[in-house]
Design a protein around this ligand. Structure first.
Ligand code: ARG
Length: 459
């Protein structure tokens, strides 16, 4: 088939060139954005008298029909037409002849593809944001059921201080809230119309770029044509936002994997979201969490791969930039399936609250509170730290917890101790006394849940 740009060539392209050069196998995903952009361009050409109003109307009507036909699965794209832009233009021309050939007036594929990608990234940023919102709302529901469920909080994966399961879950809610904000920022970065930049130096036709921007819902119009066609920062911003979100999901997955091991036994995953082993009959594996953790690496690859693609490209458009699509598509597909599946997996898991509480009770997680009791009774914190350290050493030898030591045993280390130490190191007290902003106390976490619920609902 002859190429749209075939005029200055003596012979056709090698089949290998067609295969290698074409992007239709993956950029057909942009058909909606491409048609939307073309419709706005055609309307503007008509309004500006660059083509006649009747030509503009025929183009718009036919593009609408092509859109319907694509959605009905009636269109087969052709590799000879390279990409989605030329495929749609050639279908248009097949249908309406000479008039179809006028659509590309004052436009280049360079500003067309940049426009399509921006429309697409705006769309997927909001779609992903909605999935993260759903995940956050599920966590908020779970958190409100577990504001009294004591568990150990960790540093260095060693039991540190008692918290609640709600408080732990709410840490992820904070991360996901930032992820949503990051996607808003991506939307903002993509919200500039490049169409009108032409191939690189705009055009001599009196285009009305502001009209096209408002038709397409862009907030801004690009101010430099070279940058207009060659800026892919918004793709990198999207890939970065996805990578950070996947890093959060991956950390959460790691915890799920630990928690459902027999060693922790803090949670039990639902059978519907676990898998078995082909050889070991007893196994129930957290494959979903492992895959999510694994796929985080894949999205980092998308980010780093495309950053590397962009680093050596002179202005303005170069074909290297066709490589923006697959990483963006892959990162989106990956984050989407991970967000959906992860939400279902945690939404159906069982929380073994009693095991969590016992673990918090067993690991001296109230030692800081014992030291704080001494401080409140006139001992300097450094001395208090040393005294409780001695008590912990003693208790470890006896195989007891701090609560199980008798008052005589306390007094043998320091006579200042009295009965009130037991109330002070009760796990519930330890948690509920930490009621400053950001703390695990039930009242504080309930407030954080309420604040986040309204932020998640309206963000
Ligand atoms: N398929 C191309 C891309 O994705 C479209 C732009 C092609 N422009 C060009 N001058 N070859 O980047």
């Amino acid at each position: 088939m002859s190429k749209m740009w075939g005029g200055r060539f003596n012979k056709g392209t090698d089949a290998l060139t067609d295969d290698f050069n074409s992007s239709i196998s993956f950029d057909q995903r942009l058909y909606k954005q491409d048609i939307k952009g073309s419709i706005a361009h055609a309307k503007m050409l008509g309004k500006q008298g660059i083509i006649s109003v009747s030509e503009s109307e025929l183009i718009v009507k036919t593009l609408d029909e092509i859109l319907e036909d694509i959605e009905a699965g009636k269109i087969e794209f052709s590799i000879d037409m390279e990409d989605i832009h030329m495929n749609i233009e050639s279908i248009l021309t097949e249908r309406i002849g000479e008039t179809g050939k006028k659509l590309h007036t004052g436009r280049s594929r360079n500003d067309q593809v940049a426009t399509d990608m921006r429309l697409y990234v705006k769309d997927i940023s909001m779609e992903l944001k909605d999935l993260i919102r759903a995940l956050g709302l599920t966590l908020l529901d779970m958190a409100s059921k577990h504001t009294k469920t004591i568990m150990p909080g960790y540093t260095h994966l060693q039991r540190a201080q008692p918290i609640t399961f709600a408080h732990h879950l709410m840490a992820y809610v904070e991360m996901f809230r930032r992820d949503m904000k990051r996607l808003d920022q991506v939307y903002d970065m993509a919200d500039t119309l490049p169409l009108g930049s032409g191939a690189l130096a705009t055009t001599t036709y009196p285009l009305d770029r502001y009209y096209v921007a408002s038709e397409l819902g862009f907030k801004n119009v690009s101010m430099n044509s070279l940058d207009g066609v060659s800026d892919r920062d918004f793709c990198i911003d999207f890939l970065e936002a996805v990578s950070v979100f996947m890093m959060h999901l991956s950390r959460f997955s790691e915890e799920i994997i630990l928690w459902c091991s027999s060693e922790f036994n803090f949670i039990t995953l639902d059978d519907a979201f676990s898998t078995g082993s082909s050889i070991m009959p007893q196994k129930k594996n957290p494959d979903i969490a492992e895959l999510v953790r694994g796929k985080a690496g894949r999205t980092y690859g998308d980010l780093l791969g495309f950053l590397t693609t962009m680093k050596g490209i002179p202005l303005a458009y170069n074909k290297d930039m066709q490589e923006d699509k697959e990483p963006v598509f892959d990162a989106y597909d990956t984050a989407k399936i991970c967000a959906i599946t992860f939400e279902k997996m945690i939404g159906t898991m069982t929380v073994n609250g009693e095991v969590m509480r016992k673990s918090a009770a067993g690991g001296f997680s109230n030692a800081t509170d014992a030291a704080d009791w001494l401080v409140k009774h006139g001992v300097a914190f450094r001395d208090a730290h040393a005294i409780i350290g001695k008590l912990v050493f003693y208790a470890l030898e006896k195989g007891k917890s701090l609560d199980e030591l008798t008052l005589e045993e306390y007094n043998a280390v320091d006579p200042v101790f009295d009965e009130s130490i037991y109330e002070a190191i009760d796990l519930q007290t330890c948690v509920n006394q930490r009621d400053i902003v950001g703390g695990p106390a039930e009242s504080t976490v309930r407030r954080a849940i309420a604040v986040n619920r309204s932020l998640f609902q309206k963000a």
